[in-house]
Write a protein that binds this ligand. Structure first.
Ligand SMILES: [Zn+2]
Length: 382
């Protein structure tokens, strides 16, 4: 009797405990892509594949059900013609019928964060028009990593007890990181500054946008009065109305003040300007904030392998340099230049190389996890 009961329980439990549901399906369209987002009650195991004639995307989600009124996509949509769904043995099959051919696809799961439900994101990327420059002959998108070396020119950034300037450290690490990226097949780097000159924060943002970058990494070195403080920390852009974080706000105020050093004066809290506000309200932007979080977490994991990490979770604040990007963007404080021991290390090419390698590996992990970079490790031959 007990045996039968136990058997029944084990048969029933997996279905009950794994049941997830699709709560909302929505779409956002930009010039580059259409993003279909499935808001879920909990994370799912899924498979996704393409079928042609007619063009469609098929998504199978394990132990998942479709909730009534989940469909929020207004049809017809320029890309998605119709959305169908059906259940078979606990597997929910969703079919996106497409209106057009030649779309590249990528998909990834976002875990529950900042009060938002877990989501399955499917990007349908246009491969013509404005975006053509980024598509190589093999129809493979070359991933562009924007590398931002903090400060420069009249703005030295933080200065260590023995005179090492933050702007020198950030540029040295940035250049090493760029060299690593450019050696990698399918990846290319762009720098917001290539030498010791001043670039206003908003211009950096503009440069990153013009480069059609897929990811942005801003490199800095921190400083505080207490000389013994050390370790790296990673920051992302905070959403409006997010719970304020005192440490992160103080740091953002410091980094945002960079422009004043170069003689650029703008209103207090520049991130609040109307242009940026619009972008932040956009759905694509909201998803990029979440992928920024994943990128930041990947960075922390990678940096932990080479030294102390000051905060185990990424911190958020309203950095001007991260303020207007629809792509995953992080600001990394590689260490404390105010710590004499760390200052000495930061001066060495060896430590700079280690930090650059950590940032590089994290970027690669992130791009693979997002399905943006193929799972291979080929070096460029040329
Ligand atoms: Zn800085």
């Amino acid at each position: 009797m007990g045996g039968i009961l136990l058997l029944l329980t084990t048969l029933l439990l997996p279905v009950q405990s794994w049941a997830a549901s699709v709560k909302v399906v929505r779409i956002s369209d930009t010039a580059e892509k259409s993003r279909v987002v499935f808001e879920l009650s909990r994370s799912v195991t899924y498979t996704i594949f393409r079928m042609h004639k007619p063009e469609r995307v098929v998504i199978d989600m394990q132990h998942t059900q479709w909730r009534k009124h989940a469909m929020k996509i207004v049809l017809p949509n320029p890309v998605v013609k119709s959305v169908r769904h059906g259940m078979h043995k606990g597997v929910l099959r969703v079919v996106l019928d497409l209106n057009r051919k030649g779309l590249a696809m990528r998909s990834f799961l976002l875990k529950k964060m900042q009060g938002k439900p877990p989501r399955l994101v499917v990007d349908l990327i246009r491969q013509s028009g404005n975006h053509e420059a980024n598509v190589s002959h093999s129809h493979q998108h070359e991933l562009v990593i924007a590398v931002d070396a903090g400060h420069g020119g009249e703005d030295p950034g933080a200065i260590g007890p023995h005179g090492l300037q933050e702007k020198k450290v950030t540029l040295a690490i940035a250049k090493k990181l760029v060299a690593m990226i450019n050696k990698q097949h399918g990846m290319r780097a762009v720098l917001t500054r290539k030498n010791d000159y001043f670039v206003p924060l908003k211009k950096r943002v503009r440069l990153v946008r013009q480069s059609h970058a897929d990811v942005m990494i801003s490199i800095h070195a921190d400083a505080v009065r207490e000389r013994e403080v050390k370790g790296s920390s990673v920051y992302t852009l905070a959403e409006r109305g997010a719970t304020p974080d005192r440490v992160a706000i103080a740091l953002a105020a410091k980094e945002n003040a960079a422009d004043e050093m170069g003689g650029v004066h703008h209103a207090h809290n520049e991130v609040e300007d109307p242009m940026v506000r619009n972008i932040l309200g956009d759905m694509a932007k909201r998803d990029s904030l979440n992928s920024s979080q994943i990128l930041a977490e990947t960075m922390i994991t990678s940096l932990r392998k080479i030294g102390k990490v000051k905060y185990e979770v990424p911190k958020r604040a309203r950095f001007v340099v991260l303020g207007a990007l629809e792509i995953p963007s992080v600001l990394v404080e590689v260490d404390f230049i105010s710590n004499p021991k760390q200052e000495r290390k930061l001066r060495t090419s060896r430590y700079q190389q280690k930090l650059a390698a950590a940032l590089f590996q994290a970027s690669q992990h992130f791009l693979r996890r997002m399905g943006m970079l193929a799972n291979r490790n080929s070096k460029k031959t040329s």
